[in-house]
Write a protein that binds this ligand. Structure first.
Ligand SMILES: [Zn+2]
Ligand SMILES: [Zn+2]
Length: 109
């Protein structure tokens, strides 16, 4: 039985894309916003930032984010995106902005 389990695991292991998304565990599609993530989290992060979306968590802000549950709580998903190191790549001039133009509240809520 154990041997069979091993074989199943090896069989389902993807051989050319061994990296898993640090946010949800899905297969990565490439480097997005500073690190390897899946296509779904890339799109999610992009939409969130571009549309300046604000989410709230219905639970304790510690929802488990994985491939099947990643859509359940965008708040926790975005927090996880930030915590694993996703960041905007095309805002090198941010530090030259005046303080009131910065978007700190967005990242600290
Ligand atoms: Zn992902
Ligand atoms: Zn949550």
């Amino acid at each position: 039985l154990l041997e069979a389990d091993c074989r199943v695991m090896e069989y389902t292991y993807d051989e050319d894309l061994e990296e898993l998304c640090p946010v949800c565990g899905d297969k990565v599609s490439g480097y997005h916003y500073g690190l390897l993530t899946c296509e779904s989290c890339k799109g999610f992060f992009k939409r969130t930032v571009q549309n300046n979306k604000r989410y709230t968590c219905a639970e304790n802000q510690e929802c488990k984010i994985d491939k099947t549950q990643r859509k359940r709580c965008p708040f926790c998903r975005f927090q996880k995106c930030l915590s694993v190191g996703m960041r905007l790549e095309d805002r090198p001039t941010e530090k030259h902005l005046l303080p009131h133009q910065k978007n700190d509240a967005f990242f600290t809520c």
